[in-house]
Design a protein around this ligand. Structure first.
Ligand code: UDP
Ligand code: MG
Length: 336
């Protein structure tokens, strides 16, 4: 007898909402999500990623009024990868639906992800049909996919975004890997072939600014290019070897008087060539070995209304300023 697939519609879902300085978006996005998804067994999990505006206050207000609202608040800004990792780690429902706080992904589009997941997938990614972001961002994403998927042949669900529905166990396995170069989109295909993409609508941001700059996105992309394949570093090493061979030949030609160079210039040239080779191979070694190392902890929680592990907490003692400042309950491994 085959058991029914434990899909999100019947088993319930945690909506993970990372927030960094989204004071004006927390309320409207809460209303949009709850209007759309309240028919499901629902948890709303907010991650305050070290906001410095009133975001945490807004989240506390929601949590006080709605028992489905859970949250953690980081001790500083750790970045969106850390934010959604914490959400996946502490989600209580069997599926996690990741929605940004800025309403760029309409909550109504979640039904498409849910319907696709019900077909028996472990992960479903939203792909924007009419992306409403600045041109530079759109070109950057196109270049990212071209280099990552086409040139370097890294398996990335085509066009996939952070708007996604994933089995919580799978999401947690990925978080627990603590990859030296974490990249959720590219890690899913390494663990399961049962993923798919569906087209979804997209909106321009109406309130607040994008928190993700081009410099961050470029360095994140480079981490993927060196961390998920050896092709790039292999090409670099091959180029270094080729340059070294060429250097030695040129130096030999110079030494034999063909180029009319002095002996000192020839020696310097050869030394430089060997140095270039050693440097390139060392960098390659560091990158390849370094990328394989698990990363140390990526976030610390200062406040939460869920039980969090002791290792994720910045402090294990109560805050002297009173209960308002610390709602963290005792986590695993701490005696009451
Ligand atoms: N975000 C976060 N920490 C950060 C940057 C962003 O939690 O350091 C959140 C942000 O509040 C939003 C989501 O991640 O809910 C996506 O960020 P954003 O809208 O700025 O990215 P974009 O849509 O421009 O790619
Ligand atoms: Mg956005």
């Amino acid at each position: 007898m085959t058991r029914a697939f434990p899909g999100p519609a019947t088993c319930g879902l945690t909506v993970v909402i990372p927030c960094f300085n989204e004071v004006d978006n927390v309320g409207p996005s809460y209303r949009e999500i709850t209007n759309e998804l309240s028919d499901y067994s629902l948890e709303l999990f907010y991650i305050d990623d070290g906001s410095t505006d009133g975001t945490l206050g807004e989240i506390r207000t929601l949590a006080a009024a709605d028992p489905r609202v859970r949250y953690v608040s980081f001790s500083r800004n750790f970045g969106f990868e850390a934010a959604f990792s914490a959400g996946y780690r502490y989600a209580s429902q069997p599926w996690v639906l990741h929605i940004d706080a800025d309403q760029q992904f309409p909550a109504a589009e979640s039904h498409k992800l849910i319907a696709a997941a019900e077909q028996g997938y472990d992960a479903v990614f939203g792909v924007r049909t009419n992306r409403q972001d600045p041109r530079l961002r759109r070109w950057g994403t196109a270049a990212f996919h071209f280099i990552g998927a086409r040139l370097l042949r890294i398996e990335i669900p085509p066009g996939a975004t952070a708007f996604r529905l994933v089995r919580a166990e799978l999401a947690r396995k990925i978080v627990d890997l603590r990859l030296g170069t974490p990249y959720f989109l590219a890690t899913v295909p390494r663990l399961t072939s049962r993923y798919t993409c569906v087209q979804v609508a997209h909106r321009a941001r109406e309130r607040g600014e994008s928190k993700v700059g081009m410099s961050f996105l470029s360095s994140h992309a480079i981490e993927l290019f060196v961390g998920f394949t050896r092709r790039l570093t292999t090409v670099a090493s091959a180029t270094a070897l080729f340059a070294a061979g060429f250097g030695v030949l040129a130096a030999a030609a110079a030494a034999s008087g063909l180029l009319g160079s002095s002996a000192t210039a020839v020696t310097l040239f050869m030394l430089l060539t060997v140095l270039l080779l050693v440097l390139s191979l060392t960098v390659r070694y560091l990158v390849v070995v370094g990328a394989g190392q698990p990363k140390p902890r990526q976030f610390y929680i200062r406040e939460a209304n869920v039980v969090v592990d002791v290792e994720d907490r910045l402090f294990t003692t109560e805050d002297p300023e009173g209960p308002r400042r610390i709602d963290v309950q005792l986590g695993k491994g701490i005696s009451a």
